[in-house]
Write a protein that binds this ligand. Sequence first.
Ligand code: DC
Length: 222
Amino acid sequence: MSYLNIAIDGPAGSGKSTIAKHIANKMGILYLDTGAMYRAMALKMLRCGIDIADTAAVLKELPNTEVFAENQNGTQITYLDGEDVSSLIRTPEVSKGASDIAVIPEVRIKLVALQRNIAEKSDVVMDGRDIGSYVIPQTANKFFVTASPLERAKRRLKELNEKGLSLDKTLEQMRDEIVARDKVDSSRSFAPLTQTEDAVFVDTTDMTIDEAVSYVMERIKK
Ligand code: DC
């Protein structure tokens, strides 16, 4: 039996997670936020005092690191070594760490195996950077979601403020951080952020959430 697998890729703040969650909800299928898995990995290294640039040290800790994600009432709970770390992985420090750790092929291979396992067993909407290009390239449902860097920075600041993680950052600083993270994500050699030729391009800069969700929903091939 084959399952409905929907890949939604794009850079930070593009709206891909919001779209993916809405679609999963509307269709009554699973949602998997793969970025949260890289974030949990980064948190582990930060907690262990490991410099993520020190690949050898990260690789040494990798076998002792278990990341797991499950859906509870439509919300993803992300576990690190059995602990629910969902509320601890949205800080700027972890964001930067996740982008840096995602460069390491062994880290990706470990997390991609978990993601593929979920796709083989369930209907799922996955969001990330390499879902359509690497994790489930066989799917007919690929979307590449983006928005202008300034708009993405505005969304990230709003999201962080709403979570009570108020930052002493200007919009321009936030935009520059986002652009720097895009660069790391799209220039790594192993499974970088990329738009595949068969992905539907969605620019959400001037779209409301409802418009973006409808746009994607209309293009899903069942
Ligand atoms: O989607 P996010 O901002 O939570 O992702 C955090 C980081 O994880 C992102 O900067 C790059 C990495 N990532 C990745 O390399 N591949 C994925 N499929 C998802 C995230």
